[in-house]
Design a protein around this ligand. Structure first.
Ligand SMILES: *Cc1c(COP(=O)(O)O)cnc(C)c1O
Length: 459
């Protein structure tokens, strides 16, 4: 099919009229954006005809891969039947009820109710308001502070960005908002010193207890964390961490919230990341994989304790015009059914996930400037380091990552750099053969990276 316009025309229009998220506009426009035109399975094509392997599933979301006609058909049928109706004023519709019932089936026991949003950020903001409202209704209006973690990511709205621990986000827009505190992340490689992983996990959880005592348990509403920090660079906590966090939350009657926006819907080989780590949140937020990126939708899974507590308070004055949007709900339902009925979550746990982890280690463990090669299910990372023996990082965290990422990109393989952590989260439908192909290219890219840092005098 002939393209409507040339790459250059699209670039010029984009530069003139489109402000990109998380982007230095002038720098982008000097080079021009890459124009992605279509996708199929784990592959994308750009407007110059290049075939690109997407080892990130878009932004950690296209878990079923691109080009699914069944999801397109579901969207079309729902648009024809009922394109939109709200759920504010004593009405509902079949699409959102069916989705809710299905989600309660795949959720762990105790999660029978869902609240819908259009994104992960909105799910996080919804959760913040819910948690604070919950304690109001409980007669503890002073119990309002939420504790997040440095280098955590919870979205880009005012609440989500505040709760997240990204300093470069706090710097802009006067964040965090009041009533948010942060503790250090459970990053053993960078912060663990000489301790064993498991000892460090307990130590890192102890930072939560310290913070609760510092603020006063009667003022702390909730602790919020990603089971595995995604945008922070695939930081996988030691196995000892989450159970200890749960114990501390219970001890001080602090609600425990998992942000499952990346880990949810099969990424770790379980339906939800907290199941992989064996802990029990009171609420959890989801988005991304919920619709495999085919529609914008997020959901807060509200545990019975909080749902029943909120219900005692009468109206919960919160919601979005598009909460439970029929088309998004129908597509999400079809997505979750595919994940379940086609055995995709199970395949991540027992087949393609373990295969990826084995091949990932084989591919990257031998390099001089790659360390902490890690992963769970189909989320994995490694860190670019100056010196493996001393665990010395590069001085400007992020320069090496950007260089490496650009080499991958130039070889038509999309992996992401989070600082100097290189991460991947391919579609969950990826095959063993595709993994081999992807890692073959990645290996050559890291070889090129190691030559390049020598050439540039970075080591
Ligand atoms: C992506 C992400 C968000 C934000 O979701 P958006 O849909 O971009 O608003 C929140 N939490 C986590 C853990 C995420 O990875």
């Amino acid at each position: 099919m002939a393209q409507e316009r040339s790459t250059q025309q699209w670039r010029d229009m984009d530069a003139a009229h489109h402000l990109h998220p998380f982007t230095d506009t002038d720098s982008l426009n000097r080079h021009g954006a890459r124009v992605i035109t279509h996708g199929e399975g784990i592959y994308l094509w750009d407007s110059d005809g290049n075939k690109i392997t997407d080892a990130m599933a878009g932004l950690w979301c296209v878990n079923l891969g691109y080009g699914r006609k069944d999801l397109a058909l579901v969207a079309q049928q729902q648009m024809e039947t009922l394109a939109y109706y709200n759920t504010f004023f004593k009405t509902t519709h079949p699409a959102v009820t069916e989705l809710s019932a299905l989600l309660s089936e795949i959720a762990p026991p105790g999660f029978s109710r869902m609240f819908y949003t259009n994104s992960g950020s909105e799910a996080v903001d919804t959760m913040i308001r819910m948690v604070r409202r919950y304690w109001d209704v409980q007669g503890q209006p002073q119990k309002k502070t939420l504790i997040g973690r440095w280098n955590g990511y919870h979205g880009s709205t005012i609440g989500g960005a505040s709760l997240g621990g990204m300093g470069y986000m706090h710097e802009q827009g006067d964040l965090p908002i009041p009533g948010i505190a942060h503790i250090e992340q459970p990053w053993w490689y960078g912060l663990g010193g000489d301790s064993s992983r498991e000892a460090f996990g307990l130590h890192a959880a102890g930072w939560l207890e310290q913070k609760i005592l510092e603020i006063g348990a009667d003022k702390v509403a909730a602790f919020v964390g990603e089971p595995i920090q995604g945008a922070g660079g695939v930081i996988i906590p030691p196995a000892s961490y989450w159970p200890e966090i749960e114990r501390i939350c219970r001890k001080y009657d602090v609600l425990l919230v998992a942000d499952e926006v990346i880990c949810g819907f099969g990424r770790t080989g379980e339906w939800f990341g907290h199941q992989h780590f064996g802990f029990h949140p009171d609420l959890f937020t989801t988005a991304k994989g919920l619709s495999s990126g085919y529609q914008p939708i997020g959901a807060v899974f509200v545990g019975d304790r909080v749902a029943e507590g909120l219900a005692r308070g009468g109206d919960f004055n919160h919601g979005f015009t598009y909460s439970g949007h029929p088309v998004a709900a129908a597509v999400a339902r079809a997505t979750v059914r595919a994940l379940r009925d086609d055995g995709i979550v199970d395949r991540v746990k027992n087949d393609v996930g373990p295969y990826m982890q084995e091949r990932w280690r084989e591919t990257f463990e031998g390099f001089d400037h790659v360390d902490d090669v890690r992963g769970v299910g189909l989320i994995q990372g490694f860190t670019l380091v100056r010196n493996r023996d001393t665990r010395e990082l590069f001085p400007d965290f992020g320069d090496a990552g950007t260089l490496c990422r650009d080499i991958f990109f130039g070889n038509n393989l999309i992996m992401r750099a989070c600082g100097d952590h290189m991460v991947a989260s391919p579609p969950l439908v990826v095959t063993r053969k595709e993994i081999d192909q992807m890692l073959g290219v990645a290996q050559r890219c890291v070889e090129e990276f190691e030559r390049e840092i020598v050439r540039r005098g970075m080591v």
